[in-house]
Design a protein around this ligand. Structure first.
Ligand code: SF4
Length: 458
């Protein structure tokens, strides 16, 4: 197994520029992938403003996040009154099908009993047609935005999936796609449909967070997985979960298996040929048919690109950072194209990244440094020491890219300083094709800038 860097040779006293965002933010993103849902924070308004700003900056779409608006009094006496008022107001203002609650640091620190409060709220409104309420516990000091995303996905499964859902609409497969871009979600749906598999994608914000311009502001955007489909997920033939970095109790396929007995299949985030082959193999088994020609051709073109790009990329040294599954998937892909992922870093601390990397990255392991629970000071030090040629990660690495004068290939969250984060594709043969082109072109552009003769052809 790859060695994980110890907590530091000096005593770490504070995180500086964390390589993660906050846990309820990821939960709000997952709730945005449910049709008719409104994300709701139990906590102070400042948290909601930060998360809205973060998500709007990344997706370039409006993002309403309701909030119980903690006051000083709430922090002392508890937020029971605030949550009742907040839920009533959201029900009146939005008429949602579902309200998805995520708890903030403060709510968790004062020990809010969400179960009791929601039970009281349901009793109080027993005679009304109220929206469904689903809640996830998301104290940010114990997890990242990715953990919040998984916690909310599991909360949806645990609250809604039913074993005896109507068999007529029974899905072949429930796909838990992980925290990927709307373009990747659309790609997954296309692949599942091409295999002829009746599917449920949970969550699905492919339309809600990358939508055509509308004449008028929609308070709840169209799209998302229907609640009836989540209920029906309990009767599916199998689930396929993308990713491996799940904290205990946060694996959505395992949650669906425990609640409804649906067999759970898992693959790592399918970036590159090896990862995509594993996914397509599972889909072939489920569908009982070979990979459709369209996707087989994309695989062939990708291998051709690997051959074309090899002379530019072989032996380059990359720093990869971001969500743990993203880092593992991209490191596996880099391994395929001859780039050494010299530093693999994440703010996450599921404890599984080093093991997952060991299983997927085959070459020059001695050169690879794995940083868990890392911040950008540590990543910068490691990148400098490793003499990295390029960075692959979110926009927060821009300062490091400028300081080290090496290119940054933007993936993951947030991508605040470029247009099109919603359409960054990574998954499958198609996503690897786009990523390979971007990395190779960044390397060529840098070599071209530094070439004295100013070659037009590299
Ligand atoms: S206080 Fe906690 S929940 Fe609120 S924005 Fe900060 S990290 Fe997120």
């Amino acid at each position: 197994m790859l060695p994980v860097k110890e907590a530091g040779t000096t005593i770490a006293v504070a995180t500086q520029n964390a390589c993660k965002a906050c846990m309820p933010l990821g939960a709000c993103l997952a709730y945005r992938g449910v049709e008719g849902a409104v994300p709701f924070l139990h906590g102070p308004q400042g948290c909601a403003t930060y998360m809205r700003r973060f998500l709007i900056g990344h997706f370039r779409e409006p993002m309403d996040i309701a909030c119980s608006s903690f006051s000083e009094e709430t922090a002392i006496f508890g937020g029971s009154a605030d949550i009742h008022t907040g839920l009533d107001n959201v029900a009146k203002a939005y008429h949602p099908a579902m309200i998805g609650i995520a708890t903030t640091c403060l709510a968790e620190t004062i020990g809010e009993d969400m179960g009791l409060m929601l039970h009281q709220h349901a009793e109080k409104n027993a005679d009304k047609a109220s929206p469904l309420v689903v809640a996830a516990s998301t104290p940010s000091y114990s997890g990242t935005h990715a953990d919040g995303f998984h916690a909310a996905t599991c909360a949806l499964v645990n609250a809604l999936a039913e074993t005896d859902a109507a068999q007529a609409g029974r899905a072949d497969v429930v796909c838990f796609p992980n925290m990927v871009s709307p373009a990747d979600l659309r790609y997954l749906k296309e692949v599942l449909a091409d295999f002829g598999l009746c599917h449920v994608l949970l969550p699905d914000y492919s339309e809600t967070l990358d939508r055509p311009i509308a004449g008028e502001y929609e308070r709840i955007p169209k799209g998302g997985v229907p609640i009836s489909a989540i209920r029906g997920a309990g009767a599916a033939r199998a689930s396929v979960t993308l990713g491996s970095a799940f904290r205990p109790g946060q694996h959505p396929g395992a949650a669906l298996l425990a609640k409804c007995g649906v067999p759970s299949l898992s693959v790592g985030l399918p970036v590159g040929i090896r990862g995509s082959d594993l996914l397509f193999q599972q889909l072939e088994d489920l569908a009982g048919k070979p990979t459709p020609e369209k996707h087989a051709a994309e695989r062939g073109r990708l291998i051709d690109t690997y051959v074309d790009a090899h002379k530019y990329l072989y032996g380059k040294r990359a720093v990869v950072y971001g969500e743990e599954d993203l880092v593992t998937g991209i490191a596996s892909f880099l391994d395929e194209i001859g780039v050494v992922p010299v530093v693999c870093a994440s703010g996450g601390r599921s404890g599984g990244m080093a093991e997952a990397l060991s299983a997927t990255v085959s070459m020059q392991r001695g050169d690879i440094q794995v940083l868990e629970d890392a911040d950008f000071v540590e990543i910068g030090e490691a990148a400098e020491a490793a003499k990295a040629d390029l960075l692959i990660g979110n926009s927060r690495g821009f300062g490091l890219s400028r300081r080290l004068d090496i290119p940054l290939i933007r993936v993951g969250m947030p991508v605040h300083d470029r247009i099109g984060a919603q359409r960054i594709q990574l998954l499958g043969y198609r996503g690897a094709q786009a990523l390979c082109d971007r990395i190779a072109n960044a390397v060529i552009a840098r070599d071209q800038e530094r070439s004295e003769p100013g070659y037009m052809t590299m």
